[in-house]
Design a protein around this ligand. Structure first.
Ligand code: DSN
Length: 412
């Protein structure tokens, strides 16, 4: 009998219910994925017991000689994976990675410039309700409202007008290749540093199916749990000239004890990402995503930017007379998880939105391919058409269950 069932049956029940939910539902949330059992094992290991403030060989606690090896391995593998000069694997999450990176690169009150949340950026890229918009002064660029695309000339003009100290590139809801070389040119022209937040696309970058920001950016931040398919966490890559500042900004600047069990799991994730199978997986993520977008377009849906080059896209639902929130709720009733998403120039409030974001990373991990992608677009289309019919949604849930049962996530 498991220790969890014996000691805490309530939490044990929650864990097994969540396992069933993940097995039985279609997950199209673009920022989620399923880790390997090896990563789960490392995350659940006794390394959680160890305090290790500091860095390998320079800790503020005794007894760190074993966990030091885990952190060194994680760093070496991550360096190889992304061809980076310096790596810090201690950030607890992507937001903490960004907070530490800004701490290292700019002073409080200085001007930063990132992509607005409403057009696909992230809270930590300068939003007023986040530390990034209150500790720093922030201006925000967006996308062209007609095309949904980044307009590099407009970004340059905004940067030239305001002269930010730091430009942040990277997005949570942008379906096209980001031209990091152009961002670097803009930063250089206006005298800014460039930080790329590659959290969404780091798996694609690792596999070489999206251009890497590493040659162009002073600093690159990421999570490990999205397309990279690792444990929940973050990391920072930087040029050698920022390595002391970045390490100091993490510890003692913004974090205390690192999560050594998660760092060990990150090492496993980087090892997995260095295999040929990972490249094949990422190629399939992109194929599946393009196929999903095409099938939606064939059924009369409007896709922001007209398609996708990566693992996600945004559906503009206005011609389907349903809001993003209503679609998200109806899809959930049918066993399909998506996240509502603003569309460029969205007339609805962020809580409601006019769009949904679709991502292919998780369904691809479970082995789904062309036939399943077509089937799931049919199911989603059915939900959108019958979103107020609870009985119909319950019937669709049965079809979702059959589809999921054929592609178990954690069965041997
Ligand atoms: N919340 C994440 C996403 O869903 O894209 C970004 O941090």
């Amino acid at each position: 009998m498991s220790y969890l069932i014996k000691n805490d049956p309530e939490i044990a029940a929650i864990v097994s219910h969540e396992l069933l939910r993940e097995e039985h539902e279609l997950n199209l949330i673009a920022s989620e994925n399923y880790t390997s059992k090896a990563i789960l094992e490392a995350t659940g290991s006794i390394l959680t017991n160890k305090y290790a403030e500091g860095y390998s060989g320079k800790r503020y606690y005794g007894g760190c000689q074993v966990v030091d090896q885990a952190e060194l391995l994680a760093i070496e593998r991550c360096k190889t994976l992304f061809n980076a000069q310096h790596v810090n694997v201690q950030p607890h999450a992507g937001s903490q990675a960004n907070m530490a990176a800004y701490t290292a690169l700019v002073k409080p009150g200085e001007l930063i410039m990132g992509m607005s949340l409403a057009t696909g950026g992230h809270l930590t890229h300068g939003h007023a309700v986040n530390f990034s918009g209150s500790v720093y002064r922030a201006i925000q660029y967006g996308v062209d409202l007609e095309t949904g695309l980044l307009n590099y000339q407009a970004i340059y003009e905004l940067a030239d007008q305001h002269k930010p100290k730091l430009i942040i590139a990277g997005a949570s809801a942008y379906s096209r290749i980001i031209d990091f070389e152009k961002f670097a040119q803009i930063a250089q022209q206006v005298g800014a540093l460039l930080l790329v937040d590659m959290a969404h696309i780091s798996g694609l970058v690792a596999a070489g199916v999206h251009p890497s920001p590493v040659p162009y950016a002073d600093c690159v931040t990421s999570t490990t749990h999205k397309t990279l398919r690792g444990p929940r966490g973050g990391f920072i890559l930087c040029k050698n000239n920022f390595k002391e500042a970045i390490d100091k900004a993490i510890m003692p600047g913004t974090q205390g004890g690192p999560l050594m069990h998660v760092i060990a799991a990150k090492a496993v994730c980087f090892k997995e990402a260095l295999t040929p199978a990972f490249i094949t997986y990422q190629q399939q993520v992109i194929k599946n995503c393009a196929l999903l977008a095409r099938e939606f377009i064939n059924r009369g849906y409007v896709i922001v930017t007209g398609g996708t080059d990566n693992h996600l896209f945004i559906i503009d639902l206005r011609n389907k007379n349903i809001t993003g929130r209503a679609a998200e709720v109806a899809l959930e009733k049918a066993g399909i998880s998506v996240s509502r998403s603003c569309i460029p120039g969205d007339p609805e409030k962020p809580w409601i939105t006019s769009g949904i974001r679709i991502g292919s990373a998780a369904i691809t991990t479970r082995g789904m391919r062309e036939q399943e992608c077509i089937a799931m677009v049919d199911l989603i289309d059915d939900v959108i058409k019958h979103h107020t019919d609870e009985i119909y949604l319950a019937k669709i849930k049965q079809s979702v269950l059959r589809l999921c049962d054929a592609f178990p996530i954690y069965a041997e």
